[in-house]
Structure formats: C-alpha cells, structure tokens
Write a new protein. Sequence first.
Length: 410
Amino acid sequence: MKFVPFFIFLVLIDLYFYFGTVSSVNKLAGSISFYKIFYWFLSAIIYSAIIYVIVTYEKTANTAGFNNTITYSSFIFIVFIAKFIGLFPLLLDDVIRLFKFIINFFDKPPHNYDNSRSEFLRKSAIVISASIFSTLLFGMIWGRYNFKKNFKNIFIKNWPSCKSDYKIIHISDLHLGSFNSVEHLEEVVEMINEEKPNLVVFTGDLVNNYYSEAIPYVNTLKKIKAKDGKFSILGNHDYCDYVGWNRSSEKWKENFKNLINLEKKSGFDVLLNEARIIKVGNSQINLVGVENWGAGKFNKDGDLDLAMQGVDDNMPTILLSHDPSHWSQKVLKSKYKIDLQLSGHTHGMQFGIEIPGFKWSPAKYRYKQWAGLYAYNDSQIYVNRGLGHLGYAGRVGIMPDISVLNIKNK
Ligand SMILES: [Fe+2]
Ligand SMILES: [Fe+2]
C-alpha cells in the first residue's frame, strides 16, 4: 500500500506528458494511433517492471541476482526522469496559457485570444526527454563497465628514493551487488595486473549491504597481484546499516564478520583503525587505514587517534579513508602529519563531464573533493571515482575508475 502514492505520481507524469505531446508526435508520425499504441505499450512494460522490482526486492536483495533488480529499476528511473524533466516546457506552456486566459477574462469582448499550445514548447518537451533518455540509456549500455585507467603523478616530501616511481593502484566502491557478471571484474583484475603495481589499495564499499553479494567475486579478487601487498578499508555500505538491522543483533554481527573474512579470503589486509609499515626502496612508509567516517548522517566508526597510535610520522604517511569529507573535517584539523589521503565514496555521482583541463559533476556541490587530486598546505587527497555503481546502473562522463598513482619524491 505504501507504493500507491508513488504509483499515482508516476501515472500523473505519464498522462501529463502524453496529452502534452500527442498532437505533435501524431503530426510528425502522420498517424493518430501510432503514438497512442507505442506510448502506452511501453508504459505497460514499465509498470510491469515496477511491480516486478517491488515484489522481488526483498527476496533478491542479499543475493547475486540483485543486479537484475538494479538494471530494471535503473531503466524505470531513466524513463521517468526523462519524462519528468520533459514536463517543464509543458508546464511553462500551461502557465502562459493560464495567464492569457486570465487577461482575456477581464478584457473587453470580443474574445479572440489563441489558447492553443505552443508547438515550440511541445517539441522542446519531446527533444529534451528523448535526449535525456538516450544519454542515460547509453550510460547504462556503454558507460557502466567502461573501465578507465586514470594516471596521476603524486609528489610527497621525503618519499624514499627508488630507481623507479612507486606505483599504487587505487580502486574504490565496487558495490559488488550491482555487478552483473564475474567477467567484468576479471577485466578489472587484468587491467590492474598489467600495471605490475607495488601496492593495491581498495577504499571501501565492497558491497551495497550484505556480505553475500561478494561471494561470487572472491576468486576473481584473489587474482589481483601487488608486490608489497593489497590493503583495504570499509565504506559506509559495508556495515549493513541501510537495511534496518540493529548493530547489536546476531545477524548484523554475523554479516560484518563474514564481510571481513571475505576481504581476507580475497587477499586483502583490512585496516580497521590500524597501521602497517611498508618497505619502499631502502626506507619505509606508514600505511594507515580507518573505518568509515562520513560527514552528516553517515556512520563515524573511523578513529584516527586509534589508527595513528604508535605511527612514526618522521616517515611519509598515506591514509586510507573512504569518505573524502574526513580529510577536511578531521584529518586536516588533527595533529598528525598525513601526506596523502586516498578516498572514494563520491562515485563522481556517475554523471558529469571530464575532459583535460575541465571537470564537472553534480558531486562537486556535495563534496569539495570529489574526483582526482587536491592539496592543502603539505597534505594531499586523491579521490577515486569508484569502479562500481549504486542506484543508476550506468555512468555518463565519469567512467569507472582504476587509478594508477605514481608516487615521486618532492
Ligand atoms: Fe560507494
Ligand atoms: Fe560510500
């Protein structure tokens, strides 16, 4: 029953869009029945898909089959977001018509005003909706798994001198429950291994909610090779906090324990507010990892003081922390010398523009540091754009990210 208002809202969008555009499309198609049949046939499929998603959501949410639900719900989302945004020219048209009507009402006869819809605004609605729909559909078909290596040189003071650069592969936000085949992850592993990295770090959000989403992918993750080790931390989605389970319940504890075990089975050393020393050349660096700490409503299990206990900050320090807001809100204000923080979480909102010299995404209005490298005094943060996806099963402009970081002495 709780979905009834949502359904009514969608039907209203559908009706408004249909009656606003029907005559223009009929003129264009040269038929009065083509659009009617096409539009409502497509809508019937969409409403069936909505019912399917609602009915199967609970049953599939903790299984590998959940990715089908995500694909269907993304398709539903792009259809309605395209129609919804397309409504704006039609609404504008109706407001203009209303004003014309009111002015005419108080005007002296004869009433000879034109109350017909603007052909330009009708056509604008169709063009806007079609463009949004095709862009987002393209993002689902082509962008979703269009893995891209992002190369970045990062200079750190007192970094040990080596014969060659120290190569860190930084990946984040796998959200394995949204992946729909092991083959795509195999491709990621191949791309990582061909770089022959010194270190591989994963900065959290392995799953959407349940540890079981990761089970089909453990053998693939195991194949990632790094000379000096593979390290990971937890993201906000790794705590199963979004399904209404109490953290003191047995099922929550079991899920959490199993998730950590799966990460270990995959060959990752999970850093839960702790640090490791890594040998680099003839010297050493600190690799520190905190649990998730996010601004606002996000969980704050990250404990920088605990993680930094016993860390010798005469050596360069790299911090793994899922949420970039941790950097400005805690790390920069702390007494610790953190040379570089590696984060993920933003996904670059899976939508934006990224060309040499210019990048934009709605993510920038939520996170000051949302993709790439940022610096403040002697501290730097690098934010990975995420490999997987959440919500919308696609990517437009901001591609799934395998960051290849070449660390050099400043
Ligand atoms: Fe994420
Ligand atoms: Fe996250």
